[in-house]
Design a protein. Structure first.
Length: 276
């Protein structure tokens, strides 16, 4: 149900965004010096940016993307850049969570491999040099608005703490076992925000080889600027990679500190494409 809602929202957002962008670009082109079109492929390294010890980044992962570029030049060396970027991203994160399925009195360490996909509408300010020996150098910065169209993951759980029924104290799980032994595929649709505003910074070059056709190479940094998680409750961790406990005001027992996961995703992209 939520996936269908996301698709309808995507169509509505795309229609409005393309319409507004078209008006801005038509005005820019009419007052400026033409435009550039391009197609790009963009392998990337995706990673997580944790906040408040709600989780930790374990490793980055390789992904792939592609896109369409539209640069509206308003002077010889300045342009407004937009287009459409479609990319996969996500890294490997770890966090603590109550084990509600098997042992309500247990805390698991969860290692989650995220598989996210976005359709992004960027809007950047692009600075270009004049052509130097068939080569033009450029830099860009701006914002992007991504729509999440896929949110999946694979989780692997290990029990790290158990509640002693006699003492009502949490104790380390000495014989911790991975539950289950192989990763379990899960949906992250309910836990991932629909929209992802992002900061975009990049630089690169264009090497002209015939007429107005050029080979484009570049590097782009794309990172979310707000919390990407929604309704994902976890157990608070500590700087020493342990579980944070608090004292219950009623029973004076130590209880795991429950918090909502907070963090962002980002990627470092290698751009390879053709400009026309």
């Amino acid at each position: 149900m939520k996936q269908s809602h996301r698709f309808l929202t995507f169509l509505s957002t795309t229609y409005k965004g393309v319409g507004l962008g078209a008006m801005v670009l038509v005005a820019t082109v009419s007052l400026g010096q033409g435009f550039h079109l391009g197609l790009t492929l963009s392998p990337n390294t995706g990673f997580a940016v944790p906040r408040d010890f709600s989780h930790e980044s374990v490793s980055s992962s390789m992904h792939f993307g592609y896109g369409f570029i539209f640069d509206a030049k308003f002077t010889e060396t300045y342009a407004i850049g937009t287009g459409i970027n479609v990319f996969h991203t996500g890294g490997v994160i770890a966090y603590f969570a109550s084990n509600q399925a098997n042992q309500p009195s247990a805390i698991d360490r969860v290692e989650l491999t995220q598989r996210l996909q976005y359709v992004e509408l960027p809007l950047t300010f692009k600075m270009r040099t004049k052509e130097i020996g068939y080569t033009t150098y450029w830099g860009q910065f701006g914002l992007g608005l991504g729509l999440n169209v896929r949110a999946e993951g694979a989780e692997r759980r290990t029990t790290v703490a158990l509640l002693n029924d006699s003492t009502q104290l949490w104790e380390p799980a000495l014989n911790a076992a991975v539950l289950p032994e192989s990763p379990t595929d899960i949906s992250l649709v309910e836990q991932t925000r629909l929209f992802r505003p992002a900061l975009i910074v990049g630089l690169g070059l264009e090497r002209r080889f015939t007429g107005t056709t050029a080979l484009a190479l570049g590097i782009r940094y794309n990172v979310g600027i707000r919390n990407q998680y929604e309704d994902l409750n976890v157990v608070q961790g500590t700087e020493a990679d342990g579980v944070l406990y608090k004292t219950d005001d009623g029973t004076m027992d130590l209880e795991p500190q429950a918090v909502g996961m907070s963090g962002k995703s980002g990627q470092l992209e290698l751009l390879v494409g053709l400009m026309f």
